[in-house]
Design a protein around this ligand. Structure first.
Ligand code: MCA
Ligand code: AMP
Length: 465
């Protein structure tokens, strides 16, 4: 395994400069061009404490993020469709000083435009491995999203372990179309390519036809993407030439696993992770791939199962326990929230994932569900019920709101909002949420009730909805 003191983006630092290396849609750049353009960004932002990037699916985003990593300035990728309230929260909470890229009208920070044709020859020393690289905002069960601080060394450890688990080398061509403001698309999907040295084709959106056309060897997708690929058998068959199809961010339903294996001729690799822990479990390219199971801990990652009393749970493939993890891929904490950070760890230093799992005697893991119904996974996006409920309650006609995730064949779960109020209709309520939060946090369905079911203590009984 590589030593984590080498440059974080090893291939970018040392790779040959010729030929297109990163493609996004119809645009491409060589490694040399990316180095020069990123150094030009670094020249503009050096000395800043923290900066935000308008994380569209574009070369501009990749140049901006690499510029930040080059200069050692921690970067906050902001979803380009985030509603004004969500954006205001992220910018205020993270205390960013600059906005990189095109800026929506409500951004009051100094703006640094990103010019992918700019070049600078400034050479920057490698920042300390333990320094923060990224702050990724992610939802909890209640309250506003929290900033997950990820160090360079955690990212390096995760990428090196994945390159081992997946046999991922510079011989691969990586293809995906995932958003560039989450760990999956940005850390694995961009920084991974720039560390390992495998050229990247980003399809802008993860459409099945674009995956088929890209002719790569290594593909990343969330389960919704793989289920949509399976719905187009001729597209799926075009992926037969790929070496590895990798699924993560949400549970891959067994029928999708099996259909994908049948159509493409190879079973998908499943891997499990969180923004806070990066990827911690995966099946191996040269090992067993079992539908419904996410495999083994990555090298140097340790896992354990605990019951409600904190006692160990048997690794017999059946007994359910709370999954806890430790290792070099873990985050440094929630930005500015030492109390919440402390709560997320056990007294002896293990991170509480909030997921329920079983482990078999061979160390294979199956994720069975989440401890809280208030964390919803829709299309691979993590959505806190509390954040959507808060947005709904700001509507003048809404008196009560409860948000749940209901099973959905395409999205895994879809957001359904139950509201109580006067003169409400579903469309205007959804539209109202869209004015505050990003698109994927909008309820897909709004059901109007006379009252929410509550227990004797007045707590909403979501299981009855
Ligand atoms: C979307 N639309 C909506 C709503 N949501 N309209 C009304 N109400 C809504 N609630 C619109 C979209 O904008 C789009 O419009 C159209 O409906 C189709 O939307 P959708 O069915 O959602 O399809 P999609 O937009 O193509 O999205 C599906 C997707 C997406 C591509 C799978 O969910 C996605 O990119 N997911 C990836 C999430 C991810 O990367 N998570 C990683 C975090 P129009 O067509 O007009 O635009 S997890 C992580 O990082 C950890 C470490 C891990 O384990 O990986
Ligand atoms: P996020 O913070 O958006 O990275 O979401 C992390 C959560 O996604 C985990 O806590 C799991 O609930 C879920 N998750 C990620 N990968 C998988 C997987 N392969 N199988 C089941 N759940 C997953």
């Amino acid at each position: 395994m590589k030593d984590t003191n080498q440059p974080l983006l090893t291939a970018l630092a040392t790779g040959s400069a010729d030929g297109p290396f990163v493609r996004v849609g119809d645009s491409s750049m060589s490694l040399g061009a990316l180095r020069g353009a990123a150094a030009a960004v670094a020249d503009r932002i050096a000395g800043a404490g923290r900066v935000a990037v308008n994380a569209t699916a574009s070369l501009e985003t990749i140049v901006a993020v690499v510029g930040c990593l080059t200069s050692g300035v921690p970067v906050v990728p902001v979803p380009p469709d985030s509603g004004p309230a969500e954006r205001r929260h992220v910018l205020a909470d993270s205390g960013v000083q600059l906005w990189l890229g095109d800026a929506p009208g409500d951004v009051e920070l100094p703006v640094v435009p990103i010019d992918v044709s700019a070049r600078s020859a400034t050479s920057y020393p490698e920042p300390a491995a333990e320094s923060p690289a990224l702050i990724v905002y992610t939802s909890g069960t209640t309250g506003a999203p929290k900033g997950v601080v990820l160090s360079r060394s955690a990212i390096a450890a995760c990428l090196d372990a994945l390159s081992d688990m997946w046999g991922w080398t510079a011989e691969d061509t990586l293809v995906h179309g995932l958003p560039l403001f989450h760990v999956h698309g940005l850390v694995l999907g961009v920084l991974g390519a720039l560390r390992v040295g495998s050229p990247l084709t980003h399809t802008v959106r993860p459409k099945p036809a674009a995956y088929a056309e890209a002719r790569g060897s290594l593909y990343f997708g969330v389960p919704t993407v793989w289920s949509r690929v399976c719905a187009e058998p001729s597209t799926a068959r075009a992926l037969r030439s790929a070496r590895l199809l990798v699924s993560g961010s949400a549970p891959l339903p067994k029928p999708v696993f099996e259909k994908l294996a049948g159509l493409t001729g190879s079973a998908p690799i499943e891997r499990y992770g969180m923004s806070e822990t990066l990827i911690t479990l995966s099946t191996r390219h040269d090992g067993e791939r079992r539908p419904g199971w996410v495999g083994l801990p990555l090298p140097a990652v340790r896992t354990r199962l605990r019951d409600d009393r904190g006692e160990p749970v048997r690794r017999d493939g059946q007994s359910l326990g709370q999954l806890q993890v430790s290792g070099p891929t873990l985050f440094d904490g929630y930005l500015g929230l030492p109390g919440k950070t402390a709560e997320s760890f056990t007294e002896d230093g293990w991170f509480r994932t909030g997921d329920i799992a079983v482990v078999d005697s061979g160390g294979f893991h199956r994720i069975v569900g989440r401890e809280s119904v208030d964390l919803i996974k829709s299309g691979g996006y993590r959505i806190g019920a509390g954040e959507v409920e808060h947005a709904l309650l700001a509507h003048p006609g809404v008196r009560e709101a409860a948000v749940v995730g209901v099973p959905d064949d395409d999205l895994g779960q879809r957001i359904v909002a139950y509201v109580v109020g006067d003169g409400l209709d579903g469309a205007t309520v959804t539209e109202f949420v869209a004015g505050t939060l990003s698109v994927h946090k909008r309820p897909r369905e709004v059901r109007i009730l006379e009252a929410l079911p509550r227990n004797a203590m007045g707590k909403v009984q979501k299981n009855l909805l």
